[in-house]
Design a protein around this ligand. Structure first.
Ligand code: CMP
Length: 164
């Protein structure tokens, strides 16, 4: 086989593997308390140091509709209204991330939902003040990661930034 053809095949296989492997992506949201406290830089540094690659990122202010759609799984919970009020109270920073075992590794990095239960060294233990103002969101499964990434980012945005 000519050298250039085998090179093309190797690249193509890498591309297909990246395109179908959903377990290497997760969605983070730096929440309004993170933005308000000027902690965006510190939190992104922790994310980078833990080996995550940023695929796409933006600053945006959620509407009630958008936040309601994003957190639809919680719509019967007693805290749903407060969650929407809080998530729409100021800008937030959704970030699509890539790393092997992204969902589990990111949840480990951020710590328990309630910072009172989070392990030392985790992002929530370091910076969060309550279960509601808990600095950062992380997807809880590969399936939800794919849905959540598509809530904020188009295929075109992911494609332009990363080649697939
Ligand atoms: P997050 O990871 O973004 O997913 C759902 C969010 O709901 C969660 O982080 C918390 O910030 C919030 N949440 C979960 N439980 C409660 C609760 N008991 N009271 C208020 N907010 C909550």
């Amino acid at each position: 086989m000519p050298d250039n053809l085998s090179g093309i095949l190797i690249l193509y296989r890498k591309k297909i593997k990246g395109a179908i492997n959903l377990s290497n992506r997760t969605l983070a949201i730096l929440k309004p308390d993170c933005v308000e406290k000027n902690l965006i830089g510190q939190v992104i540094q922790k994310i980078n140091e833990a080996g995550f690659k940023i695929l796409a990122m933006k600053m945006t202010r959620l509407t009630k509709d958008s936040a309601g759609g994003f957190y639809e799984v919680h719509k019967e919970r007693p805290f749903f209204g407060e969650l929407l009020d809080y998530m729409t109270s100021g800008p937030c920073v959704p970030i699509a991330l890539e790393k092997e075992n992204a969902v589990a590794d990111f949840r480990k990095l951020i710590g328990a939902t309630n910072p009172a239960d989070a392990e030392e060294g985790t992002i929530r233990k370091m910076y969060a003040e309550s279960i509601e103002r808990n600095i950062v969101h992380g997807s809880d499964s590969d399936e939800n990661a794919a849905k959540e990434i598509s809530h904020f980012f188009t295929r075109k945005e992911l494609l332009e930034n990363n080649g697939f």
